[in-house]
Every structure is written in C-alpha cells, then in structure tokens.
Design a protein around this ligand. Structure first.
Ligand SMILES: [Zn+2]
Length: 148
C-alpha cells in the first residue's frame, strides 16, 4: 500500500506538473476488500467548496464498493519543504468519517514527501490508529429523547 502511494504520488505530480500544476495532498484508502482508492485535495476558487483528499479517497471507495466497504488503512501524504515533526493529520471532519467508515483500529499513516531536483523523496512515515487521534467520537443518540 505504501509503495502504491509513492508511485501514485510521483505519477500524479508528474501529470499535474505537465499542465502547470503543483504538488498537493493525496490520500489513499485501503478497503477491507483489499482495493486502494486514491484521492487528492480539491481546492477550487470558492473556499467552502474545498474537498479534502481523504474525503475524495473515501468517496471513491464508496463509488466503487458501496457504503458496505470499510477503511482498513488510510495514507495521508502531504508535500513539505523539509522534514516536519509531524505529517499533516486529517482534519476533524475527516477523522470522524474515517472512524465511521472504518473501525477503531483503522490505521492512519502520515507520509511526508519532498520535491527534489530529480523527483520526490519520502523521508518520514508515522502510524496511528483512528482511535488514537479521534478518542471521543461524535455519536449522536437519535433516541435519547425518544417517546419511552
Ligand atoms: Zn478533511
């Protein structure tokens, strides 16, 4: 899965650069069926229409495997100018979506990548579980004030 991510990051960055684009945040969701779904952040000129790379990858998983699919692991790969203490973690909303479309033990891998003169390097990878970074999930109880 990590090898898939590294190759895809290079492939997508080369495609984007060929059309004047730049490196971006990518996400790769490994489902319980063993398929890997790619995503990239989408940052249009209306800020509130932005879509996180994680959500793009999850939406691709739902597209191809239905809501029955579960996330086993997700890689979040963000470009950095130099190695950072921590890679970019998922935002709060994406943490919730990873948790609700996965399991407490779903792993979240933060991969830092750097654009060098002759390609890209991947100097740091951190591993967490979603329960580590989303310890108190939002679970509204629709029946809390029910009729009985
Ligand atoms: Zn997000």
């Amino acid at each position: 899965m990590i090898e898939h991510a590294k190759q895809a990051i290079i492939k997508y960055n080369m495609m984007r650069h060929a059309r004047g684009g730049i490196d971006t945040l990518y996400a790769f969701a490994l489902s319980d069926s063993g398929h890997i779904h790619d995503g990239a952040s989408y940052e249009p000129n209306i800020a509130h229409a932005t879509v996180c790379g994680e959500r793009h990858a999850i939406a691709n998983m739902i597209l191809q495997e239905s809501y029955a699919a579960k996330i086993k692991s997700i890689i979040v790969a963000d470009p950095v100018p130099e190695v950072q203490k921590h890679g970019t973690p998922p935002c709060g909303t994406c943490r919730h979506l990873i948790w609700s479309q996965g399991s407490p033990d779903t792993t979240v891998l933060l991969l830092q990548y750097i654009q060098e003169k002759n390609g890209w390097t991947f100097p740091k990878l951190e591993k967490y579980t979603i329960k580590d970074i989303y310890p108190l999930p939002y679970e509204p109880d629709e029946h809390l004030w029910g009729s009985k």
